[in-house]
Design a protein around this ligand. Structure first.
Ligand SMILES: C[S@@+](CC[C@H](N)C(=O)[O-])C[C@H]1O[C@@H](n2cnc3c(N)ncnc32)[C@H](O)[C@@H]1O
Length: 349
């Protein structure tokens, strides 16, 4: 790329700028996975600005066209879109479904699969319909569209196997006392192989991940330094799931609405190369804190000053990035298998 990044690590680069302009600097067929969460069509504006639902498809389509161009044939584009209500009425906007249709019908993406991110910790809203009048339930699910350029994008579900349920563990230990091979009423023929240990259960497309980060080093350092932390971060388990399933170590992952660079941090922890584009200079400055946990506070303060220049090209170097479940297990002295990256219940079975 011609632009100079704000900062880089040995695996990734974070750029300040409009991602439409930055995408134009990437060559065709060069990226393995784009995963992102754009500003949603919310009625209550976030500080970074949101696009009206009626103009949303028109706004996001050029980004989709550029992503289609720069993705490899084997590549995927994962787009997280929260649901929204129409202005002043208790009926839902169809904007996330309109984006899905436009990307497939007009740009040429395939819908490899639709995913649903269930956040059990989501607060009830909008207040008028949910809390006051009590005529709508809490909305706790985002649609996550997994687009691909071809019908067969690179994908390997065995890298995201979920932990077996206790019942399944018992069945594997002693299949005969638990289970007799037979045809189910649904027509599924469940054979004796059902009790085989495959290292974990196939996850479903309902990803149950609480968004409750309140004590990460990113938040702690933002607070200590008086920097604004990003108001709409997704939890690292969300990009981790797709990065693991859709890429291999060394592949390139891009987030075009990078925010606090959760995606870059997650990709770094999973040993992928990464690129992040974010329009807001301040958000990207504080995102560097994700990679500076082991630096002295004097060094961190100096780096933050250096990042005041939008094209600082600051080299952080080798980093120690650990995803939350790994970190927690380590602090308790436990070992953690690949399938246990996601805390129990994360991948609803
Ligand atoms: C929902 S937030 C992404 C949060 C991110 N997933 C995280 O975990 O921190 C969307 C971000 O897109 C940025 N943004 C909006 N329009 C942009 C554009 N044209 N180019 C680059 N970034 C943009 C906003 O500043 C905002 O930080």
């Amino acid at each position: 790329m011609q632009s100079r990044p704000l900062y880089c690590t040995s695996r990734g680069k974070a750029y300040v700028g409009d991602s439409l302009e930055l995408l134009a600097e990437l060559t065709d067929n060069s990226i393995d996975l784009v995963i992102t969460s754009p500003p949603f069509a919310l009625r209550r504006q976030k500080t970074y600005g949101n696009v009206a639902e009626t103009e949303y498809v028109q706004w996001i389509k050029p980004f989709g066209q550029e992503v289609f161009r720069i993705l490899k044939e084997s590549g995927s584009f994962v787009l997280d879109l929260g649901g929204a209500y129409r202005s002043g009425m208790p009926s839902r906007s169809l904007y996330n479904f309109r984006v899905l249709l436009a990307f497939c019908d007009e740009i040429g993406f395939h819908l490899a699969q639709d995913f649903y991110w269930f956040n059990p910790a989501r607060l009830p809203s909008p207040i008028e319909w949910v809390n006051k009048r009590k005529i709508r339930v809490k909305d706790s699910v985002n649609t996550v569209w997994w687009f691909s350029k071809t019908n067969f994008p690179k994908a390997n579900v065995t890298k995201v196997l979920a932990s077996y349920s206790d019942r399944m563990k018992k069945l594997i230990e002693d299949p005969e006392s638990f289970y007799k091979p037979k045809k189910r009423p649904s027509g599924h023929d469940i054979s004796a192989c059902f009790g085989k240990d495959n290292g974990g259960a196939i996850p479903s497309n309902l990803l149950s991940i609480p968004n409750t980060d309140s004590n990460s080093s990113y938040l702690r350092l933002c607070k200590e330094l008086g920097l604004e932390c990003h108001p709409a971060r997704f939890p690292s388990e969300l990009p981790a799931f797709f990065i693991k399933m859709l890429t291999d170590e060394g592949d390139i992952v891009l987030d075009i609405f990078g925010g606090s660079n959760t995606t870059g941090f997650t990709a770094e922890a999973l040993k992928r190369q990464w690129l992040t584009f974010e329009m807001n200079h301040e958000y990207l400055v504080s995102s560097a804190l994700r990679f500076l946990e082991w630096h002295s506070s004097a060094a961190v303060k100096q780096i933050i000053v250096d990042l005041g220049d939008s094209y600082a090209n600051f080299f952080i170097g080798e980093t120690v990035c650990e995803l939350e479940p790994t970190r927690k297990a380590k602090s308790k002295g436990e070992s953690l298998g690949q399938e246990e990256l996601f805390p129990s219940g994360t991948n609803a079975r």
